[in-house]
Design a protein around this ligand. Structure first.
Ligand SMILES: [Zn+2]
Length: 160
């Protein structure tokens, strides 16, 4: 009998390590800085546990997506066309959607109520917030989804 649930969801738990390549991390930060004073946003791709056993959540690619929110200095909304295009490119590159990121130009890297509402049906496993409140020293927080809750998590940068 075939299992209707993808194996990635079943094997996901809090012991899985989150890693991001230094290139992807730097690209995400650069994009956030370039979009100031507006919020930047996009998707993160790589591999999820279950695809490579015990490898954890690995982020290797950043897909920047234009922010089409009417008030982009305080919120973000993916350009629908750019998002569909990014998702196709991910599939073509044999990558999994691993998370979303956006920046807070002046606020700390904490999920807002609007962020939580937007994430509810997103299917994302991780959510990254880059705070540029102190532009010389940006702070990055990652939250991971576990049964509908978003929990602050650790991550590690890796060089490849
Ligand atoms: Zn936010």
């Amino acid at each position: 009998m075939s299992n209707p649930n993808p194996p990635t969801k079943q094997s996901f738990d809090l012991t899985d390590r989150i890693t991001i390549t230094t290139d992807a991390y730097d690209m995400m930060l650069l994009h956030a800085k370039q979009r100031l004073p507006f919020e930047a946003c996009g998707a993160l791709a790589g591999s999820l546990p279950g695809i490579q056993q015990h490898a954890g959540i690995q982020i290797t690619a950043v897909y920047a997506i234009p922010n089409e929110a009417p008030n982009p200095n305080r919120t973000f909304a993916f350009s629908p066309d750019a998002w569909v295009n990014a998702y196709y490119r991910m599939q073509k590159n044999r990558q999994s959607l691993v998370g979303f990121f956006h920046s807070h130009p002046t606020a700390p890297p904490v999920l807002s109520q609007a962020d939580l509402a937007g994430l509810r049906h997103s299917g994302a496993e991780t959510c990254w917030i880059l705070s540029l409140a102190n532009p010389d020293s940006p702070s990055v927080c990652v939250y991971r989804q576990l049964r509908g809750q978003w929990l602050p998590s650790m991550f590690a940068q890796v060089r490849v």
